[in-house]
Unconditional design. Sequence first.
Length: 267
Amino acid sequence: MTDAPRTALVTGAGRGIGRGIAHGLAGAGWSLALVGRTRAHLDQVADECRALGADVSVATADLVDPAAVETAVGHVLDAFAPAGGLGLLVNNAGVIERTEVPFAQDDPAETWRVIETNVRGPLLVTHAVLPGMLARGAGRVVNMNSGAGHRALDVYTGYAISKGALSRFTRLLDAQYRDAGLRVFDLAPGVVATDMTGAMPMHDTRADWTPVEAVAELVVAMGEGELDVLSGRFVRAGADTPASLLAEAERVVAADARVLRLAEIGD
């Protein structure tokens, strides 16, 4: 695998976890492209990252709109062309249901809104950046996932479906393009204090939050190639660190662990 440039595109970068990831990458010396729906939020984060010494560009887009994604990604790739292109994509943008209810009490249109945003968005953005990564023979993709993708929940049906689908996308990209130089990761951020988690009743009494800096640390390690051996696998901030993952990497790979699949019984 050839070296990928230290350039990163972060979606949903205007606030919350995306903002924290942008700060972490900026502090580690990466050049950034911040993409999201609200220009004012993105501009504020861009200024914060520039204060940390980063070169930053901004593009707005509704990430379920193919034309908007094509325009935004084109802007990003033009900005990064002098640096050799895009090295790291962080598919962070995502939503959750507005009400915390089981499926029979939810509106299927709301369920689908969540699935479409959380799955179609990463599909479109990844598809747009893959040609350059594959032509170079190097690139990394981090999909922001969740334990909801593999655990049974009694609420947030669309969110859980979307994260399970995203895990399959990560695994499929790894299977299809690992030999071509792509490395892909599922990163669950744990429970970070954000506007989204603050609006979820299940967290009303929570006192134990995952620091967003722990999420950013893992993204930086993935972007810099430290965790390439774990491509295609699931990582959880707050429980995993770059050091702990490297210590267990050989055992994880040998057991084909940290992937979403059927549990086998005997032969």
